[in-house]
Design a protein. Structure first.
Length: 73
């Protein structure tokens, strides 16, 4: 079973793609090799999503290219 990393001392940064408005507040932490923790900055105590570095890279590349994020497949 994989253990959740200790994120208590993580340095969080707001995504450059968050428009700064009240509804677009994504934070990521770059301090953990091989994984990318992601959370909602408005509700940091409501949990964190953990992505593999390769999955996060594919996601951000798709966003930058304008990929349809609603497509499943």
């Amino acid at each position: 079973m994989k253990q959740t990393p200790d994120l208590s001392a993580a340095a969080w940064r707001k995504s450059s793609y968050s428009a700064g408005g009240d509804n677009n507040c994504v934070e990521v932490s770059d301090d953990h090799p091989g994984i990318v923790p992601v959370r909602d900055s408005k509700r940091p105590d409501h949990g964190t999503l953990i992505f593999s570095a390769s999955s996060w890279s594919a996601f951000t590349t798709g966003v930058k290219r304008g990929a349809d994020l609603h497509a499943v497949g």
